[in-house]
Design a protein around this ligand. Sequence first.
Ligand SMILES: Nc1nc2c(c(=O)[nH]1)N[C@H]1C(S)=C(S)[C@@H](COP(=O)(O)OP(=O)(O)OC[C@H]3O[C@@H](n4cnc5c(=O)[nH]c(N)nc54)[C@H](O)[C@@H]3O)O[C@H]1N2
Ligand SMILES: Nc1nc2c(c(=O)[nH]1)N[C@H]1C(S)=C(S)[C@@H](COP(=O)(O)OP(=O)(O)OC[C@H]3O[C@@H](n4cnc5c(=O)[nH]c(N)nc54)[C@H](O)[C@@H]3O)O[C@H]1N2
Ligand code: SF4
Ligand SMILES: [Mo]
Length: 738
Amino acid sequence: MVAGMPTTAPHTSYVTCPLCEATCGLAITTETTAGGGEKITGVRGDADDVFSRGYICPKGASIGALHADPDRLRTPLVKRDGEWVEVSWDEAFAEIDARLTPVIETYGRDAVAVYAGNPSVHNTSTALYGAAFYRTLGTRNFYTASTLDQIPKHVSAGFMFGHPLSIPIPDVDRTSYLLMLGANPLVSNGSLMTAPDMRGRLRALRERGGRLVVVDPKRTRTAEVADEHHAIRPGTDALLLFAIVHTLFAEDLVDLGEVAEHVVGLTEVRALAEPFTPAAVAGATGIDADTVRRLARDLAGAERAAVYGRIGTTTQAFGTLASWLVDVLNTLTGNLDSVGGAMFTLAAGGQANSSASFSAGSRRGFRTGRWHSRVRGLPEVMGELPVATLADEILTPGDGQVRALVTVCGNPCLSAPNGVRLAEALDSLEFMVSLDVYLNETSRHADVILPGPTPLERSHYDAVLYQLAVRNVANWTPPMLASDVPQEWRTLLRLIGVVTGQGPDADVAKLDDVVAAEIARRSGVDVALADGRTGPERLIDLLLRGGPYGLTLADLEAAPHGIDLGPLTPRLPDVLGTPSGKVELAPPEITVDVPRLLGTLALEVDSGQMVLIGRRQLGSNNSWMHNVAPLVRGRNKCTAQINPVDADRLGLTDGVLAAVSSRVGRIEVPVEITDAIRPGVVSIPHGWGHDLSGMRTSVATAHAGVNSNLLTDESQLDPLSGTSVLNGIPVRVEPVPA
Ligand SMILES: Nc1nc2c(c(=O)[nH]1)N[C@H]1C(S)=C(S)[C@@H](COP(=O)(O)OP(=O)(O)OC[C@H]3O[C@@H](n4cnc5c(=O)[nH]c(N)nc54)[C@H](O)[C@@H]3O)O[C@H]1N2
Ligand SMILES: Nc1nc2c(c(=O)[nH]1)N[C@H]1C(S)=C(S)[C@@H](COP(=O)(O)OP(=O)(O)OC[C@H]3O[C@@H](n4cnc5c(=O)[nH]c(N)nc54)[C@H](O)[C@@H]3O)O[C@H]1N2
Ligand code: SF4
Ligand SMILES: [Mo]
């Protein structure tokens, strides 16, 4: 027998893919090698998964390659005299204690900033224990990828429904009309809408006679399977949505249906919509008045309809207004909380809006601006400050300056605006620690890097994303493979030990008890019910026990393909957490921004001005999966897509390098001419630009691409949410001089 050859029969494990929001079930086969190791021999979609029914995407199919990536860190690294040294976990924590503790003692907790990135939500350890760490650290300098993403939707949900996670989800499986703006789920696999196999779900919608309407400056894959596509000018969705609202009132099409008695603010909305006539917005949006009126009539006339907006509507200048208007439309057309409309998920555990204290009527509503950022005076939202101002807080001297940073699953040097300035800021810190699995664009600036196990080496329960699912489901994944890398919940508990002055080797079991007791208290259950379990297993068991279905972890352990808890059901008024107990259709905290939108109507549209938008790609996961060889194979995917009309005008041909410049930066990127993109718009994907020095990402570096965020302007934010404007950035596009 040759070493490495399989020696035992294949074994199949069923795991929930943690790589995006779709929560697909995977069936992964392994064989034991002669060396005693486990070798992955196949990854398929789990045909028996109650939610995904066998669906899988290229990223999920590459989870074995991700797991086996030789560049992945397995040992802590400490930078000594500019060189990375592999150290033991004890040495790493000794270093952290020696350098972080003095910062806290000298400058206080706010001098330590945290940046939590996207995968921290998809990782049960970092989602649950990260929250405990951030709370314990108690810094006001808390930053996450949410201010590059969905926080406008939290703000609108918070003020309208009383809790930022009470987000209405399109009931795609039962709707007959879906108006989708700024989303491309056929590539992204859906967001703020946990729904594996969107292609299948949208096909089913059309097969039952329903209609899909896509609003996007690009004819995306999703637009291609739609009944209608409207190529809107970037950044103008709030105008379009307001004009639809206007039309509903003007043509007497408003009908709130069952929820009427629970809604206040109708007359205010009507008055606010007054100036936004279809004709008034046509010039700015590029969508003519007749089309807007027809969209309003179709939406109102559909038996069951849902309006849904995503990245293109949140990471833009009017992100909160657009997010709010999406749900204003759902309400005005009688589709809020209605079957086939936009409904509230009832998750099996961990959902604030179904928790014991919520049901007991402690409805404090939602607030922002409880504190402000020191340098730019930007309001706090959900305990966070805008990532766009992190560099300011580090670089600007004075009382309250950020001196140390902890990153958790984040790569802001590529994902946030102006990565060059942020990199400079990170280099000026007294201390930085990255919980990360790669030595990459961000972690290369750290003093200590703490890795974690691969997705196949840890347990998984999607406590967050099941709260946003199009069906009520629950699925538990035990660790599939053993790991010599400590679980990240242990690492985070050790960090809690450091920041609470217990030193580098605090009693992790005791700290875990404290976290569990807190979760039990909030879930309204006795912590002893989960006796015999520790770590995330115990927390999930407690959350499930406190949840509305009374499940236990044992129930999920007995159901490797998941438990289907049924379609969404109406939840009004119980789901509401507003002080009034009503749906606030015109919250003053949101409508205060309407005059700014109104101001854009008077602006002259400059048809020669190019604007930049982003796009997602099937094989990418923001910045970090470009080191997985099967995903970056083939032609360069980091291109600037422009319309043939613009290419002609600007003297660009397919494949040549274009120089794209904005107020803050300039990049050179190959041109891809396509009539799928609206004239006047250039689309460049984010997450590329892996050609920096000092990294350990050999595959990504060989497929570097360029960082589109060198063009995004950190001064441009949606004021209500602090979210960066990543779509609709004015740019110049020209040939690179030979
Ligand atoms: N221009 C533009 N910019 C954008 C966007 C856009 O549309 N356009 N999109 C924005 C959006 S929506 C988002 S969410 C952000 C994402 O922003 P980030 O979350 O900052 O970036 P990611 O690329 O997701 O980087 C994730 C990091 O986590 C690490 N990681 C992965 N798995 C694990 C793990 O299990 N444990 C640990 N400890 N680390 C892990 C990776 O190595 C990587 O360093 O980007 C934003 N930036
Ligand atoms: N394969 C893959 N899947 C992913 C990710 C990934 O990087 N790769 N990232 C994950 C993450 S973190 C997130 S947040 C989700 C995001 O999920 P989606 O929101 O579905 O993401 P995108 O595919 O970027 O779709 C955004 C669309 O908005 C359009 N757009 C840009 N500007 C505007 C505008 O002003 N108005 C309108 N109406 N449209 C506009 C763009 O052309 C694009 O088609 O995807 C997740 N899934
Ligand atoms: S769609 Fe998302 S959850 Fe499903 S296999 Fe792909 S990456 Fe994994
Ligand atoms: Mo995101």
